[in-house]
Each structure stands twice: as structure tokens, then as C-alpha cells.
Design a protein around this ligand. Structure first.
Ligand SMILES: [Zn+2]
Length: 453
């Protein structure tokens, strides 16, 4: 049986396949044919007999966004942990709340997450979940139809204000990841399981080494946090007598399959280690500002050749899961940190798409618009009085998208060839029902966490 096709007709295609100084590639008006879950062809294409045609005139087609760092399990906790620095945010809110999750509340949180991601044009995401119930998140990622790299977070140290019962033993933590691997890795062609130590302070040396070995044995990605907040960095130095990335390296956790969220605070020696091991960095600008952590030196990392992705991190530390928000903020912050032009809008857009795909090892699958790749598309409608008029050239187009556009300009989102958003509305889920499900699940979680109001 031949997979069905449809044609996106006469759209401005932004392939995101260009070199570093012109990352958008050859932007051109063309038609794009989708066959099943893949891009079949891009060019001057006539519709086949009976082929469905979607009008693209006046719109811009980008690759679906790739987010490198999100916590689906935390979305239910949006607005419950505002205005706290990282370690207090974890100890007083996030760990007790994660510990109080059951499968039903985790499911409500995951559904909210994937709906919000798709609504904002994110079609591939890497997430770190809580110690328990990550299988529910995997089920919901499959149901949502986006690409996902998911890991249960590994933590086995009971100190540092962690609620008793949240950490497990090292063996149990790895066994949970192994069960996820057996059940979900490769399922649907778009779901991968990652090994996800929470952060250096929550893992014993035994667990960290076991995690590195397990990831190597099964060819899995490693996803963890590093160098986020000055107080955390100081605590790592006090415990280990060396810096964060050096500890991760000694534990065997760095490498081409590893990505580290944040890296706001790194020494030159740590940066050398990131380069030498080919480790990727996941930049979460909203979170870094909201928790008062600092500005990650993304322009410097890019100049070193590190692979970079953007991410919204958790809803309680953002409080959005919007790539367009992260894109704008990331670009503005680097103009401040490194000077205007050090990371131009076009380069940031590259990090949000192809660069993100490279950071997650998915460059052959997503992040560009090219025949054979997965049909993940964002369709923007930039014909708006409040956006730049007379946009001429790739740099101006990238500037319009990164600095001026918002989610109201997202006309459609296609994930794996399926239209998930049309006219700005999610087609396959009911936002009111999602909100009602979340509202029903939250009170019991707050009670169990001792945070009931
Ligand atoms: Zn995080």
C-alpha cells in the first residue's frame, strides 16, 4: 500500500540547511509534498489526481521546533514555585510535588505538556521526568504524535532536603530506566529512552557510574543538568573538590550522546572538556532568568563548536513551554552578553531547529526541510500589520520570526505528516478538558506534598 500524500502549495520554504553564516539555506517559494510521515519532495510540484492541496500562499514553512530540555511531570505545577532560587525551588516545592505525583496526576501533567508544545510548534522534545511514573509520560508522548527522548530522573541520595522516599537505590533507578527501555525505546519510530541522572548533588558516585555504563551498553543518550546556579556550583565544588563538568567527566557521563541543561557557569577547563568530549549544551534562557541563575555564554559555546539546543525547562520555572519565547529571549540575552550580532536571529533560529536536532543526535530525522526527513512543519502567517513590512532577505525574515512574531502567528503545525494545529487551534485535544483534568488532579497532589492551600 502506498502512503497517502498531500501538497502544501506555494509556500515560502525555509529549509534550515545552510552553512553557519547563512543557516536558513535557500529560502524560496515552492510546494512541499508530504507522503505518510515524511517529506516526499520540495519544488515546483503539480498536484496529483485527487491529491489534497493545502494553500500555503503568503505563509512561511519552517522545520518543527526541537526543544532539548523540558520536564513534562512538572507542568501541573506551573505557578506553584515562583520567585525562588534554584535549590530552594527544588527543596521546598518541586521535589515534594514530584514525590506527591501519582500516575493519574502525572498523566494530566504530560497531556498538558505535549499539547502546549505542539500548540507552540515544538514537534520534537527531550524531557526529564520524575523518579516514578515516567512510563505514563511515554504513553502520552506516543499518543500526542511528537518525537520525544524521555528519561526517568535518577536520584539516590537522601540528603539536601529531598523528601524521604523520593530517591531510590542506584540499582532500582537503573532498573526503572531499563524497564522503560524495554517497553518504549524505538516505539512508534519517534520515542527514545534516555539515561537521566538528575544532577550531580542527587546522585551517588555508584549511581553516576552505573548510569554511564548502562547508557554505553545500550547506546542510549544521557541527559542531565550542569552548572545552573552559583550556589549549586559552589555546593558541587565543596563536595567534590572540583568543578561540575569535571565531576561529570570523572563519572564517565560526558560524550557525543550526552546533553547538559544550562551550563550557565563553566570555567575554561570545563569548556575544554565539553569540546573534547563532544557534549551538547541545552540552553534554557527563561529558566536561567526566573531562578536568578545567570546568562549562559551561548555565543562563546557556539564559537567553540559545541552543539546547542534551546529548551523551556519546567513550567514552574518559566512559566511557558514556548519555543518562540525562548528564541526571542535567547537572542536578546546574547546581544547583551556577547554584543549584537554575536548570535544573529538566523543563528538562533538554527539552534531552535537543525541545531537542536544535532544536539539530540536526530539530524538525519528532523530539524530541516528536505525530502526523506520527517514531515514536521511550522507554518507561520506573517501577514500582520504588527510585524515588519517589506521583509527582504533571510536575515530580515529570521529577525521578524525571532524578535517580532508570537504564537498568534502560528497558523499550522504538522507533526509526522499529521496536522496537529490548524488556524492556531489544536485539532486532537480539547484545551478545556485538559484544564479540567489538571484542576481535578492537583488538590490531592498538593495535600500529599503538604502544600495544600
Ligand atoms: Zn531542568
Amino acid at each position: 500500500m502506498t502512503a497517502s500524500t498531500w501538497l502544501l502549495d506555494d509556500v515560502l520554504v525555509v529549509p534550515m540547511d545552510g552553512p553557519a553564516d547563512a543557516p536558513l539555506g535557500a529560502v524560496r517559494r515552492a510546494s512541499l509534498r508530504v507522503r505518510g510521515d515524511r517529506i516526499d519532495a520540495i519544488g515546483d510540484l503539480a498536484p496529483g489526481p485527487g491529491e489534497r492541496v493545502v494553500a500555503g500562499a503568503g505563509r512561511v514553512a519552517l522545520p518543527g521546533f526541537v526543544q532539548g530540555h523540558v520536564h513534562a511531570t512538572q507542568t501541573l505545577f506551573r505557578g506553584l514555585a515562583d520567585d525562588l532560587p534554584l535549590l530552594d525551588w527544588l527543596r521546598h516545592r518541586i521535589w515534594p510535588l514530584e514525590h506527591a505525583h501519582d500516575a493519574a496526576s502525572t498523566r494530566a501533567s504530560a497531556r498538558l505538556t505535549f499539547a502546549e508544545l505542539l500548540a507552540g510548534g515544538t514537534t520534537t522534545v527531550q524531557t526529564m521526568e520524575s523518579v516514578r511514573h515516567a512510563e505514563v509520560v511515554c504513553e502520552e508522548a506516543l499518543a500526542a504524535g511528537l518525537g520525544a527522548v524521555i528519561g526517568n530522573c535518577l536520584m539516590d541520595l537522601p540528603d539536601g532536603g529531598v523528601p524521604p522516599g523520593l530517591p531510590t537505590t542506584a540499582a532500582a533507578a537503573i532498573a526503572t530506566t531499563d524497564a522503560l527501555r524495554r517497553a518504549f525505546h524505538g516505539r512508534g519510530g519517534r520515542l527514545a529512552i534516555a539515561v537521566a541522572p538528575r544532577f550531580v548533588l542527587s546522585c551517588s558516585d555508584e549511581l553516576a557510574h552505573a548510569a554511564a555504563g548502562f547508557a554505553r551498553q545500550h547506546g542510549l543518550r544521557i541527559h542531565t543538568h550542569a552548572g545552573e546556579h552559583p550556589a549549586e556550583v559552589a555546593a558541587v565544588r565543596a563536595r567534590f573538590g572540583r568543578d561540575y563538568v569535571e565531576v561529570l567527566h570523572a563519572q564517565g557521563l560526558l560524550g557525543a550522546r550526552t546533553s547538559l541543561a544550562h551550563c550557565v557557569h563553566t570555567t575554561p577547563a570545563e569548556r575544554d572538556l565539553l569540546v573534547a568530549t563532544g557534549t551538547a549544551v541545552l540552553h534554557c534562557p527563561s529558566t536561567n532568568l526566573k531562578l536568578g541563575s545567570g546568562i549562559a555564554p551561548i555565543a562563546a559555546y557556539d564559537a567553540l563548536g559545541l552543539r546547542l539546543a534551546l529548551g523551556a525547562d519546567g513550567a514552574p520555572c518559566n512559566n511557558r513551554l514556548s519555543m518562540l519565547t525562548e528564541l526571542r529571549l535567547a537572542a536578546l540575552l546574547q546581544n547583551l552578553a556577547a554584543g549584537p550580532g554575536a548570535q544573529p536571529a538566523a543563528r538562533m533560529l538554527w539552534h531552535a531547529t537543525r541545531g537542536g536536532a544535532r544536539a539530540l543526535g536526530l539530524d538525519d530525522e528532523v530539524g530541516r526541510l528536505a525530502p526523506g526527513l520527517r514531515a514536521d512543519l511550522v507554518l507561520l502567517d506573517l501577514d500582520d500589520a504588527f510585524l515588519p513590512v517589506g521583509v527582504d532577505g533571510a536575515a530580515a525574515l529570521a529577525g521578524a520570526i525571532v524578535y517580532a512574531a508570537g504564537e498568534r502567528h502560528l497558523h499550522a503545525v504538522v507533526s509526522g505528516g499529521e496536522v496537529a494545529v490548524r488556524d492556531g487551534e489544536l485539532l486532537h485535544c480539547d484545551r478545556a478538558a485538559l484544564r479540567a483534568e489538571a484542576a481535578a488532579a492537583l488538590p490531592a497532589v498538593l495535600r500529599r506534598a503538604g502544600l495544600a492551600r
